[in-house]
Design a protein around this ligand. Structure first.
Ligand SMILES: Nc1ncnc2c1ncn2[C@@H]1O[C@H](COP(=O)(O)OP(=O)(O)OP(=O)(O)O)[C@@H](O)[C@H]1O
Length: 231
């Protein structure tokens, strides 16, 4: 289980997270909903080690991650799909996937065939440049790259952003498969309420750097959620 406790995060004098506590259980999909600028990406950056917390803690399956470099968090099993996907446009699809090898030992460096079962388009485009792929294909590539290191938790930053509905369905299916077959923990942040409701087991709503609501996806009060999602 991933546990974030009483997390504060600052950019200079401006505070982006205020006492945030969340949990993401193994074999469950946890979604943090919130509109633009409420601190969702900051929370994920703190979890993967791209920005330090000014107070609070992050732990995964009992190991404290605070102060640990991002590549060591990856070795602990934390996989990350950043907002905007961050695909290398001039590298091929295969080379982009191979960048996921970095935290692995030499003997472990292979692309799990499961990635191509989840996203067949990646296999058919292995030799194409990342920059030639559509936004949806790039999102599938970014998820594939994170899976190369065989994570135990997958952390995704707005996986539906700017993506056509058919590919959103494929991504939802892949996320469910990872939860059900591998017992992976999935933590995703989203603004897209329906995607979150259909997919998540547990939902948090974030507003202005704070968690303002928490509960199971089934009991989520959608009008309350929408109130926090509209400006
Ligand atoms: N590098 C930075 N330097 C200064 N302020 C930042 C930085 N990154 C984010 N912020 C500010 O921190 C707050 C939270 O931003 P964050 O990106 O975490 O929100 P978000 O909910 O992920 O929004 P979005 O969906 O737009 O990414 C915002 O007010 C934002 O302007």
């Amino acid at each position: 289980m991933l546990t974030v406790e009483n997390a504060n995060l600052h950019y200079g004098a401006s505070q982006a997270l205020r006492g945030v506590s969340i949990k993401a259980e193994m074999g469950k999909i946890t979604c943090v909903l919130g509109r633009n600028g409420v601190g969702k990406s900051s929370l994920l950056r703190a979890i993967v080690g791209q920005h330090p917390l000014s107070a609070g803690s992050v732990s995964f399956n009992g190991t404290q991650l605070n102060g640990m470099a991002p590549y060591n968090r990856a070795r602990q099993g934390v996989g990350y799909v950043p907002q905007g996907r961050e695909i290398f446009p001039l590298l091929t699809v295969k080379e982009n996937l191979e960048t996921g090898y970095a935290p692995l030992k030499r003997s472990e460096r292979s692309i799990p065939p499961e990635i191509f079962n989840l996203f067949p388009v990646l296999q058919s485009m292995l030799g194409r440049r990342g920059g030639d792929l559509s936004g949806g294909q790039q999102q599938q590539l970014a998820i594939g790259r994170a899976l190369v290191m065989r994570p135990q938790i997958l952390v995704l930053d707005e996986p539906t952003e700017g993506i056509q509905p058919s590919i959103i369905k494929d991504i939802g299916r892949a996320i469910r498969y990872l939860r059900d077959s591998a017992g992976m923990a999935i933590l995703l942040v989203e603004q897209y309420l329906d995607f979150c409701r259909e997919l998540a087991d547990h939902v948090y709503i974030m507003d202005r750097g704070e968690i303002v609501h928490e509960g199971s996806a089934e009991t989520l009060d959608t009008s309350e959620a929408r109130r926090h999602l509209t400006v």
